[in-house]
Ligand binder design. Structure first.
Ligand code: PMP
Length: 444
């Protein structure tokens, strides 16, 4: 028995070391980190320049409480972060992870409303399905019943609208019309809730664990921004997974030219070198709150200099190596390869994503998009087979309000074309085994 525990009993080997896109266990077995952990390790493992920067910071100081000192590492990281944001998003607040970033966005929004004399505004509308974190505040926004329902009595569960699941819709609408149809659900919900009670709307621009890299039609994004503006509601983008270059732009919001009012970042932001996240907000929101007496929020580890030194070195590495552009390029290659697999495996129902946030979904019938039977446990089984073959991918059994097995293939942004092919070789081997043991067809 180990004294340590996580969500469930899942014996895993000890991690020995990481190198680029590879991880090695205690037995010397090599794995391709095809999901960057949980879409975290964007610049790959053991980057020497990041380790150097962290060592240099360690030699100076690893902690200075923010009420006692400013630190160069946190100031420089804030400046660098703001420089990578769309115009107008200038103010940066550091946290230690994604849930903390989301909670910070919500509390900032609420305090801003108070400074504007709008105390009646407190509801934050989110989407179903969605994932925004596991602390009680972030969980109240999360649209995923298995995680949220047991804690529902302990939370102020927030209103939710359906996230677009257009690939499942059997209607005759154009993409544009479908995007508008889903966006208008926000308008309806605001009116149903009472516009003067609604504070903000939060969304993952591309759903991660929640929807498996589902991208909405372009029209969706612009219309959501318009609706928020119409009702004076703040638009929060949860870019915890999509940010820091994952989708082929630094922020996913850039794909649609959208400027949210507040953004949550984590995961790829420090790429696993330190527990770090950030909230980035409009300057006038922050100024109004500081003028009114200050932000009633802050974590002990906020702006930790070691974490910030790591974060800064990671962002510099992303720029130096052109990793955002590489994510866009390799994302196209990976998507083409996955689409190519649809000829061999009739059970691949959909391939989707942007940049290196890529996913495929398994179905029992591509025409009807009916899911595989639950008892097949495809989302667990395929991941286990792949793990045995030295390939790590990430999966969930959720799609819209229903069930379905999706698999995220999200390797580090440093991946080369040859490494994409190496990864695909392992994936094909794993799919072949899965089909053979499940009695599913393979075309030759
Ligand atoms: N938001 C999104 C979109 C996420 O994907 C996650 C983590 N999967 C979180 C928030 C929560 O981040 P953390 O686990 O670091 O608290």
């Amino acid at each position: 028995m180990s004294n340590l525990f996580y969500q469930s009993r899942q014996p895993r080997p000890f991690l020995d070391r990481g190198e680029g896109i590879y991880l090695f266990d205690e037995h010397g077995k090599r794995y391709i980190d095809g999901s960057s952990g949980a879409m975290v390790s964007n610049i790959g493992h053991s980057n020497p320049r990041v380790l150097e920067a962290m060592k240099a910071q360690m030699d100076k100081a690893t902690f200075g409480y923010r009420l006692h000192f400013r630190t160069e590492a946190s100031e420089r990281l804030a400046t660098k972060t703001a420089s990578l944001m769309p115009d107008g998003l200038d103010r940066v607040f550091f946290v230690s992870g994604g849930s903390e970033a989301v909670e910070s966005c919500v509390k900032l929004a609420r305090q801003y409303a108070l400074t504007q004399g709008q105390a009646s505004r407190w509801k934050v509308i989110s989407r179903f399905p969605s994932y925004h974190g596991c602390t009680l505040g972030a969980l109240a926004l999360t649209g995923y019943d298995p995680l949220a329902l047991p804690f529902a009595p302990m939370m102020q569960v927030m209103p939710k609208i359906a996230a677009p699941t257009c690939y499942l819709d059997r209607d005759n609408l154009t993409d544009e019309a479908r995007g508008l149809k889903y966006a208008d659900l926000l308008r309806d919900e605001i009116i149903a809730q009472g516009p003067d009670t609604v504070l903000a709307f939060i969304m993952e621009p591309i759903g991660g664990a929640s929807t498996g890299a589902l991208v909405a039609p372009d029209s969706y994004y612009a219309r959501i921004r318009e609706i928020c503006d119409e009702f004076g509601i703040l638009l929060i983008y949860d870019e915890v997974m999509t940010g820091a270059g994952r989708t082929g732009r630094f922020l996913a919001a850039e794909h649609w030219g959208i400027t949210p009012d507040i953004v949550a970042l984590s995961k790829g932001f420090a790429a696993g070198y330190a527990p770090l996240g950030a909230m980035v907000a409009r300057n006038d929101i922050v100024e109004a709150i500081l003028d009114a007496g200050g932000f009633l929020h802050g974590f002990t580890y906020a702006g930790n200099p070691l974490a910030c030194a790591a974060g800064l070195a990671v962002l510099e590495e992303i720029e130096r190596e052109g990793l955002v552009a590489n994510a866009a390029r390799m994302g196209e290659v990976l998507k083409q390869r996955l689409e190519g697999l649809m000829r061999r495996y009739p059970m691949i129902g959909d391939v989707r994503g942007k940049g290196l946030m890529t996913a495929f979904e398994l179905v029992s019938d591509r025409e009807t998009m009916a899911p595989l039977p639950r008892g097949m446990n495809a989302y667990l089984r395929l991941v286990e087979i792949a793990y045995g073959n030295g390939l790590i991918i990430y999966s969930r059994r959720t799609r819209g309000g229903a069930e379905g097995d999706h698999f995220l293939v999200c390797p580090p942004l440093i991946i080369t074309e040859a490494q994409v092919d190496e990864m695909m070789g392992l994936l094909v081997r794993s799919l072949d085994t899965f089909c053979a043991e499940s009695g599913l067809a393979v075309e030759n």
